[in-house]
Write a protein that binds this ligand. Structure first.
Ligand code: UDP
Length: 473
């Protein structure tokens, strides 16, 4: 039996590690001829730790092994807050020699042939290592197909214009992977970055074309326009293998576990489709004035709510708010007792699966969108950072799968979204028989069909594994 070893290189950071490992598990479940070595780039800020997820997979699956690369001195922390894309690109690139050494000493010397490197979208520089070693490389793209199209568009545009996007007065962009022309307000902040973020992404976009395949966490039925926009001979084959969702979510411990149980118990007591859930991803947070407006908007909407509140912090991860009575409008907590619940980090996947949830006010991170579609819960869009503006634009304008709350909000803009806008969007989101809700339900069924035998993503994953096994060294 022909077999192959794959080398996975996730970029540092929890969400990319988790989705990459989720994909690794899918591949192994699908084809027992494959084995995987994961090269772990340690977090630039925390000392090398053996993450619990890594430990549990290493202990439970004999076909996955982890090699922790030596700790490398990161770029200055200030760069992280000016341009996270540039910070990550530089940090990853500084691991090239370690990656090459690890593959030569631990993989090529072993008995299994090497089927290729699977590199995270922010590790595109590792495609060079694959070239040096004469092996294949596949990009694992954790965003969606339309945004992958945007990344391909960047170098094409750059060759004509030679500079980053200027500002909101730029003309709309014709990006083939989007149905509509894209206004500057819907572009991600990196498009405007003069601090290296833009040029890092141009370089990634160029590099992607040198890979042997692009693996995207999406499904054809959702993004048929974007997938069809890719010109066959100009880019590597695209494999749509999603939605890949960790439906179990992470197991909480200690206080978290108690809080999660309290949330689920509270939801059990609410009528079906009556609760709007607000949650804004790993980095989403607001200042005090914005939290007040959200509270007023929710109260005025008259709907029940579960609200994951996280407080902005100047130079660190958002934190759970401790003094909500002082921050929120006077009497808000008292008045909404029984109809609303506030939490910190939420068990999002479990929450979205609950029958009581009727709508989701989301920052439009791609995982959140896939999770919400999977469970048939419509979204009201409130993008904040990364590529969330483009995701929101695509969901509302291109696909008609979300209600518009904001499309062009972005962190650091100083904009205050007023209670009336929030109230209006929540009311529209929670309508029982809306067209959006109907379309989301249909897409939910399609997402579930895509990953089972006979589905588009199932077939795509099968084609990918065959290619990986047939082309090893
Ligand atoms: N998430 C969660 N609880 C929270 C916030 C986020 O479980 O309070 C999970 C969510 O289910 C999703 C991931 O964290 O799987 C966020 O990924 P996404 O791509 O949506 O956004 P990001 O955090 O990368 O901006």
């Amino acid at each position: 039996m022909k077999r192959a070893e794959l080398v996975f290189i996730p970029s540092p950071g929890m969400s990319h590690l988790v989705s990459t490992l989720e994909f690794a598990k899918r591949l192994l479940d699908r084809d027992d001829r494959l084995s995987i070595t994961v090269l772990v780039i340690n977090s630039p800020f925390a000392p090398a730790t053996n993450h619990s997820l890594v430990q549990s997979i290493a202990a439970s699956d004999t076909r996955v092994r982890f090699i922790h690369l030596p700790q490398v001195h990161p770029p200055p922390k200030e760069l992280f807050f000016v341009s996270v894309e540039k910070f990550v690109a530089d940090f990853v690139e500084s691991h090239k020699a370690h990656v090459k050494d690890a593959i030569i000493n631990h993989v090529l010397s072993a008995s299994l042939p090497l089927g290729g490197l699977v590199v995270d979208m922010f590790c595109a520089s590792m495609i060079d290592v694959a070239h040096e070693l004469g092996v294949r490389s596949y990009v694992f793209f954790t965003g969606n197909a339309a945004f992958f199209g945007f990344m391909l568009y960047l170098p094409t545009r750059h060759d004509q214009v030679g500079m980053e996007f200027r500002d909101q007065t730029d003309p709309e962009s014709v990006i083939p992977s989007y149905v509509n022309t894209v206004p500057p307000g819907a572009l991600p902040s990196l498009a405007f970055s003069k601090e290296g973020g833009y040029i890092s992404m141009v370089n990634h976009g160029r590099k992607f074309k040198e890979a042997d395949g692009i693996i995207i966490n999406t499904f054809y039925e959702l993004e048929s326009h974007a997938v069809s926009s890719f010109v066959e001979d100009e880019i590597p084959p695209v494999y749509t293998v999603g939605p890949m969702i960790d439906l179990k979510g992470k197991t909480p411990s200690g206080n978290d576990q108690a809080k999660h149980q309290e949330i689920m118990k509270w939801l059990d007591d609410q009528p079906p489709l009556s609760v709007v859930f607000l949650c804004f991803g790993s980095w989403g947070s607001f200042g005090e004035s914005q939290l007040k407006e959200i509270a007023l908007g929710l109260e005025q909407s008259g709907h029940r709510f579960l609200w994951s509140v996280r407080l902005a912090s100047k130079d660190d991860m958002p934190t759970d708010a401790q003094n909500l009575e002082e921050i929120l409008p006077p009497g808000f907590l008292e008045r909404t007792k029984g109809i609303g619940m506030i939490c910190g980090w939420a068990p999002q996947v479990e929450v979205l699966a609950h029958v009581a949830i009727g709508g989701f006010v989301s920052h439009c991170g791609w995982n959140s969108i896939l999770e919400s579609l999977w469970h048939g819960v419509p979204i009201a869009t409130w993008p904040i950072y990364a590529e969330q503006q483009t995701n929101a634009f695509q969901m509302v304008k291109d696909l008609g799968l979300a209600v518009e709350l904001k499309l062009d909000y972005r962190v650091g803009s100083g904009e205050l979204v007023m209670a009336e806008e929030i109230e209006k969007a929540v009311k529209s989101l929670m309508e029982a028989d809306s067209e959006v809700r109907k379309r989301v339900k249909e897409m939910s069924e399609k997402s579930r069909k895509a990953v089972i035998e006979g589905g588009s993503s199932y077939a795509s994953l099968g084609r990918l594994t065959e290619v990986m096994i047939a082309n090893n060294i």
